[in-house]
Design a protein around this ligand. Structure first.
Ligand SMILES: [Zn+2]
Ligand SMILES: [Zn+2]
Length: 382
C-alpha cells in the first residue's frame, strides 16, 4: 500500500460545494438504456473523416523515421533523454491532470500545480482539458456502448485510434450533452487553456521541444524535429492503449460485467493507467489502482509527492473493506483475498451494464455509502 508519510486518512464529509448532497433529488435523469452496445459492423459503416486519417498517417510515418533516428544513434543521446523526460511530463499532464484531477475529481490541487498540469497537458496535444474531460466522463458513464466515444465493442482499431478519424456516433453527442461540466467550467485554469489552446499547442508540443536540443546541445534541427514527432506519437499510442488494450485483455477482479481490465503492460507504458477494471469500478480513487506500486504507477508517486509538498490535497481512495465486498460480489474471482463467506452475485456477461457507473467524485449517481466509506488523505490545511 502507498504510504502517505505526512498525511493521515480522515473520514470524508459528503458535501458538494459545501452543501449536503440530496442524492435522491439530484439522481441523474439519463436513461442509459436508450443507447446500444455497438458492434464491429457499425465501425465499418461509420463515416470516415479522411482529413484526420491523413494527418494520423503522416504523423505516424514521420514518427517512425524519428524513432529510427533515435534507436540507431543518429540522434544525440541528450536529445533522446530530453524527449523521454518531456514525454513523461506530458503524460503526467494527462494522467494526473486531465484524467485524475479534472475528469474524476479524485483529488484537489492548488493553483500552481493546476497550472503545471495544464501546461503539460497542453504539450500532450490530446484536445483541451474541457473537451478531454467531457469525452472521458462520457466514456465512464456509458462505457462500451454507442454513447462511449471509443466503444471497445467496435474492435481494437476503433477504440485505439479509429474513433478519432470517424464522425462521432449520434449517441456520443447526445449523451455527452448530459454530462455535468460545471466544475470544469468554473476552473479559470481550464478556461484559460481553452482560449489560447492552438498557439499554446504549437509552442509546447512542437516548437519548444524541437528548439531546446538545437539551442542547448547543437542537435540538427531536422533530427530534433523528427524525434519530437516520434515522442508525440509514442505518447499518443500510450494513452490510446488504455482505451484499447486495457479494455480487451486482462483480468476483471473487481467487476466482470464490464469490459475494462487489469493490464500490466498498459500500466507500465501508461504511467499507472492500466489498472482499468479497478479504475472503472472506482473512478474516484486518485491512485486509479488498488495498490500504490510506484514502479507501475508513476502518476500516483507524483501525486503523493505533490501532497507531501502541500500542492495536492483531499486525495480520495477506496477502503480495503469496500474493495473486498465489491470484488466478491462482482469480480471474476481473481482478486487475491476472495472471501468465500460472501455470497457472489450471479453476474451474467452484460456489456451494457451501467447501473453503478459514475464518472468520478461528485457524480450525482455516487452512492452515499461509498462516499461515507471513502478515505481522504491530506485534507486542505487552512
Ligand atoms: Zn476505460
Ligand atoms: Zn478514467
Amino acid at each position: 500500500m502507498t504510504q502517505l508519510s505526512s498525511c493521515e486518512p480522515i473520514q470524508i464529509i459528503p458535501t458538494k460545494n459545501g452543501d449536503q448532497i440530496d442524492y435522491q433529488l439530484y439522481k441523474q435523469t439519463i436513461n442509459r438504456s436508450t443507447t446500444t452496445i455497438g458492434t464491429k459492423r457499425e465501425k465499418d459503416e461509420g463515416e470516415v473523416v479522411w482529413r484526420n486519417a491523413l494527418v494520423f498517417l503522416i504523423l505516424h510515418s514521420l514518427a517512425l523515421y524519428g524513432l529510427w533516428l533515435a534507436i540507431t544513434g543518429k540522434a544525440m543521446w541528450q536529445t533522446v533523454l530530453f524527449s523521454y523526460i518531456y514525454l513523461s511530463g506530458a503524460s503526467t499532464g494527462v494522467t494526473g491532470g486531465a484524467h485524475r484531477l479534472w475528469a474524476h475529481r479524485a483529488y484537489k490541487a492548488k493553483m500552481p500545480f493546476r497550472i503545471w498540469l495544464m501546461l503539460w497537458q497542453t504539450a500532450a496535444l490530446q484536445n483541451d482539458i474541457h473537451e478531454w474531460v467531457r469525452d472521458h466522463r462520457t466514456h465512464h458513464k456509458f462505457t462500451d456502448t454507442n454513447a462511449d466515444p471509443h466503444n471497445s465493442n467496435r474492435g481494437f482499431f476503433f477504440c485505439h485510434v479509429g474513433w478519432l478519424m470517424m464522425k462521432k456516433h449520434k449517441d456520443v453527442i447526445a449523451k455527452g450533452k448530459t454530462i455535468d461540466m460545471s466544475d470544469v467550467e468554473a476552473d479559470p485554469v481550464v478556461m484559460w487553456q481553452k482560449r489560447y489552446y492552438i498557439p499554446m499547442v504549437i509552442l509546447l508540443t512542437f516548437l519548444l521541444p524541437t528548439f531546446i536540443p538545437v539551442y542547448f546541445w547543437k542537435e540538427s534541427i531536422s533530427v530534433s524535429f523528427y524525434v519530437c514527432i516520434a515522442r508525440y506519437v509514442l505518447q499518443l499510442n500510450g494513452t490510446w492503449c488504455v482505451n484499447s488494450a486495457a479494455h480487451l485483455w486482462g483480468y476483471q477482479p473487481y467487476d466482470k460485467s464490464i469490459n475494462p481490465r487489469e493490464n500490466v503492460f498498459v500500466s507500465t507504458i501508461g504511467y499507472g493507467e492500466g489498472w482499468h477494471n479497478y479504475h472503472h469500478t472506482f473512478p474516484w480513487d486518485y491512485k486509479a489502482a488498488e495498490l500504490g506500486n510506484y514502479r507501475m504507477n508513476f502518476t500516483t508517486a507524483l501525486l503523493d509527492f505533490m501532497a507531501y509538498l502541500g500542492q495536492a490535497y483531499e486525495l480520495k481512495t477506496v477502503s480495503l473493506d469496500m474493495i473486498r465486498r465489491r470484488a466478491n460480489r462482482t469480480g471474476d474471482g481473481s482478486w487475491s483475498e476472495l472471501d468465500k463467506n460472501i455470497e457472489k452475485e450471479d453476474n451474467k456477461k452484460d456489456n451494457n451494464h451501467h447501473e453503478d457507473l459514475v464518472w468520478g467524485w461528485d457524480d450525482r449517481d455516487m452512492k452515499e455509502e461509498d462516499i461515507k466509506e471513502a478515505n481522504i488523505f491530506c485534507k486542505k490545511q487552512m
